[in-house]
Design a protein around this ligand. Structure first.
Ligand code: B3K
Ligand code: ZN
Length: 881
């Protein structure tokens, strides 16, 4: 069954794209701001496409139309038509000016799309969110990304209630009005699509810094937040400056306005938004201080600040022709962000984190009912397509292209792309064309990656011929069918590889007529291809897909001792981790099936040896000591039982901990405890990361001692990383010390929303049976609310998406409660409801009892009246499986 047809308007299709019949050259907006009612006057300077004979049609939703005039004349009721989605106006011609005046109700806007209130009526502030289609909730407009207009924005409001007035662009005057009101005007010289419009108004404090761009422009960088957290903006301001310098050097991109504003809000549907000149951030990705921010969160703040800044070129100066091209800006910008973070931190660790995320979020998406190509062919609700596929897989595709062209060639191509498409709304074809033409390389074959869903499986088969001293590697690929795409074509797959001898030494590669090199990239361009390496003295161990050179699933019949060899010797930090992951997965299979012990034994022995060895980066060691997560392991069997997967993964880790030994773990913990203070540098972060992993392993073999250490760590922690790590160990093992630590944390952070989110999340992740009761109790907490997306995600999202054994109960009670909450949430905020509903993804590969329970919960939810288009589409697609 699927969502009811009235929730399923005709999909928007890529192949139906037509250029706009009407464009807006200039727009003047005037806002009379108020919390309960805001009035918006718009003057649209229209341009007509003479080749098309279409009436003037504008998007507009939830707008109370107060006045309308064309070319200075008020229109009669018969001269325009207006329903709840659009406005059609008669008599417009090229050069016409349309004026409208509408009324909005910001405080009643719980969807957090368009103009809304963040915080309380008394102290909160007004802000906007327009991507993807929020501008139509503010005024009537052709709300599509290929209509680029010049914006002049005037804000008027009560000065006492709204002392700060901001909009994108350069400041263009401000002053006083009668009755304690004031005004401010902003002019944006760069034509932009409506989704990049933004305003902010309220009581905010600022942190300001001057910056001079490489091309000599003086810019003011300003961070804005509510007064009590303005001191938490220093780190983000530093990160912004680093990102700006990096973009100048790495891509030759300079900032292009007089001022760059960044505003923090606690009420936001996603991470952040790149509005031109006025970025708006979820506080979670902007505010940082050692007392409430973990190391991982510090790195996330740096990454998201950079990401939004980088959009100023990849997204704003060059934008998307239509929303099917979303990955043009998102995939490219994620890639830019990843490269920046790799330069600022440890490159191999960054790659490991990125690939782990890709597998956890994107491979699972690609394997389930929500699978879609990086450039989807159709959608009903575009907000449902801000996915791991568009973002993370999109970034992998750009990485492949960059690898193909080499650093210099890619830079040349990017320069060409920016120069040729500046001020335009572009397509993925434009991107590939610019990269290719700047390098005289035809990249067209890579376009197939954008249109085909599903993760290719790359099979590698090696054969050694002793008499000829040759090693032949046969590579082949196939991709499983995905919804709506039964047939798949071969894709170009770059495979970076090396060969090792059995002593762990790299062998020179003698392939074709190139001079021998220790590492090569071969491109599998067909369904199957054979590569023959000469002058090989003994059967080698191949290290394949180094650095994860393509987003595929590698299937290679390694013997456990070959993986152990790579885990011990591979110089490519990523591939060393990867070998460990493969070996751990094989060990997991063996525990599950009661098979032979070679893989578990090899995994434990190799890791114990690395553990004892000096000189290995502690952060990498922590990564090596972590087996694949429960969601990834779930893909290793036809019918998943999340409780059993959790138990097996714990057993696997216990085996490792026993092999290393409680004494060695304890000794390492002590050694790490001292230097891992508060230092945010790589060394401090690495030490804390390993310390946490060691404590987690110790808890599996000597719980009493581990709990005592965790309690002490909690009590004496100087920063959030150590404090939260200790709390998690206590809570997830239901240690006797957990309750006191939780109570202490709660009291200490009662007024700190971001820290309190962690308090909810850590409890929602208590594994297994107890999770449900915990979630129910936390829902009754006075600080819990569905109205705040961060809080809803912290409790419900952490449980359903981050705690498989706690959510997927055989009795279906988890699904029933979750569906109930999704329905409530949908009435408030459809985007968040739809996003959280994706936790059901993978339901069709659960064991039969859970599968049926999940199906029922979703079907009942889908049958409810008045479901949003957002949630309706997700459930409909999910239930088609
Ligand atoms: N472009 C925004 C995401 C908008 C999401 C709309 N539902 C943030 C980003 O990717 O940078
Ligand atoms: Zn983005």
């Amino acid at each position: 069954m699927s969502a009811r047809p009235e929730h399923a308007p005709a999909p928007t299709r890529l192949r139906d794209y037509r250029p706009p019949a009407w464009r807006v050259e200039r727009v003047e907006l005037e806002f009379d701001l108020g919390i309960d009612a805001t009035e918006v006057a718009a003057r649209l300077h229209l341009r007509r496409d003479e080749a098309q004979d279409a009436p003037l049609q504008l998007d507009g939703e939830g707008l109370d139309l107060l006045a309308i005039a064309l070319d200075g004349r008020a229109l009669d009721a018969g001269e325009y038509r207006h329903d709840d989605r659009s406005l059609e106006v008669d008599g417009a011609r090229d050069g016409s000016v349309l004026e409208t005046r509408v009324r909005l109700k910001p405080a009643a806007n719980t969807a957090l799309e368009g103009l809304y209130l963040s915080g309380s009526r008394e102290a909160g502030f007004l802000l906007t969110q327009c991507e993807a289609e929020g501008f139509r909730h503010i005024t009537f407009f052709p709300d599509r990304p290929d209509v680029l207009a010049r914006y002049t924005v005037t804000l008027r409001a009560d000065r006492a209630r709204f002392p700060v007035l901001l909009a994108g662009g350069n400041p263009d005057g401000a002053g006083e009005l009668a009755d304690g009101r004031h005004w401010a005007r902003f002019v944006d010289p760069h034509p932009k699509p409506s989704y990049l419009f933004a305003l902010v108004a309220g009581r905010l404090e600022k942190l300001e810094r001057g910056y001079t761009t490489a091309d000599g422009r003086a810019v003011k960088l300003v961070m804005w937040s509510e007064a009590n957290v303005i001191d938490c903006c220093h780190y983000a301001l530093d990160a912004l400056e680093r990102a700006m310098r990096w973009d100048e050097q790495a891509y030759g991109r300079n900032y292009d306005l007089e001022v760059f504003h960044v505003v923090a809000t606690h009420d936001f549907n996603m991470g952040a938004m790149e509005n031109k000149g006025l970025n708006i951030f979820n506080a979670k990705y902007l505010l940082a201080d050692p007392d409430s921010t973990t190391d991982d969160e510090y790195r996330a703040v740096e990454a998201v600040v950079a990401h939004e800044y980088f959009h100023n070129w990849s997204g704003n100066r060059v934008t998307c022709r239509d929303w099917f091209q979303l990955s043009l800006k998102e995939g490219f910008t994620v890639f830019r962000e990843q490269s920046f973070s790799a330069d600022m931190n440890s490159a191999p660790l960054k790659r490991i984190e990125d690939v782990a995320l890709l597998r956890r979020a994107q491979f699972t998406e690609d394997a389930g009912p929500l699978a879609h190509p990086v450039r989807p062919a159709e959608y009903r609700e575009i907000n449902n397509f801000y996915t791991a596929t568009v973002y993370e897989k999109g970034a992998e595709l750009v990485r492949m292209l960059a690898g193909r062209l080499g650093a210099e060639g890619f830079r040349r191509g990017a320069d060409r792309y920016f120069a040729r498409n500046d001020g335009r709304a572009a397509t993925l074809e434009d991107f590939l064309a610019a990269l290719g033409e700047a390098n005289d390389i035809d990249l067209a074959p890579y376009l197939a990656w954008y249109g085909q869903a599903g993760t290719p499986r790359l099979k590698a088969c090696g054969e050694y011929d002793a008499t000829r001293r040759e090693y032949a590697l046969t590579l082949s690929q196939h991709t499983l069918a995905t919804p709506g795409q039964p047939l798949k074509q071969p894709l170009p797959i770059p495979v970076k590889l090396a060969l090792f001898d059995h002593g762990g030494r790299m062998l020179p590669l003698h392939l074709d007529d190139q001079p021998p090199a220790p590492e090569r990239v071969v491109v599998l361009a067909a369904a199957e291809q054979r590569f023959v390496f000469r002058d090989v003295d003994a059967p080698p161990v191949p290290s394949l897909l180094r650095g994860f050179s393509a987003p595929v699933i590698l299937e290679c019949d390694y013997a456990p001792d070959e993986l152990a060899l790579l885990l011990t010797h591979d110089a490519d930090g990523f591939n060393r981790w990867e070998a460990g992951q493969q070996l751990a997965a094989r060990a997991y299979d063996a525990l599950r099936d009661g098979g032979d012990d070679a893989a578990p034994a090899a995994w434990c022995a190799a890791l114990a040896a690395l553990f004892a060895r000096d000189g290995l980066d502690p952060a990498l060691l922590a990564g090596l000591l972590t087996p694949p997560g429960e969601l990834e392991l779930a893909d290793r069997q036809a019918e998943a039982d999340p409780a059993r997967i959790h138990a097996l993964r714990q057993a696997l880790q216990r085996r490792l901990a026993e092999h290393i030994g409680a004494d060695a773990l304890h000794a390492r913990y002590r050694a790490l405890a001292a230097p891992a203070g508060l230092d945010l540098g790589a060394a401090g972060q690495a030490a804390r990361r390993l310390k946490r992993r060691v404590l987690e392993l110790l808890a599996l073999v000597d719980a009493g001692q581990a709990f005592a250490l965790a309690a002490a760590q909690y009590d004496h922690a100087t920063g959030m990383t150590d404090r939260l790590a200790a709390l998690a160990v206590l809570v997830h093992h239901q240690a006797p010390q957990a309750a006191a630590a939780l109570a202490h944390f709660r009291a200490r952070y009662d007024d700190n929303a971001l820290a309190l989110d962690k308090w909810f999340a850590v409890q929602a992740q208590v594994p297994g049976e107890p999770a449900l009761a915990r979630v129910r109790a936390l829902e009754a907490d006075p600080k819990f609310t569905l109205k705040n997306p961060n809080r809803a995600r912290a409790l419900l999202g952490s449980w359903a998406s981050g705690n498989p054994s706690g959510f997927h109960r055989a009795d279906g009670a988890g699904y029933a409660l979750y569906a109930e909450r999704l329905a409530e949430l949908d009435a408030l905020n459809p985007q968040i409801a739809a996003r959280l509903a994706t936790a059901f993804n993978g339901w069709n590969r659960l064991e039969p009892v859970r599968r049926e329970a999940a199906r029922q919960a979703m079907a009942q939810l889908a049958a409810r009246p008045a479901l949003s288009r957002n949630l309706g589409e997700i459930l409909g697609n999910m239930l088609k499986a």
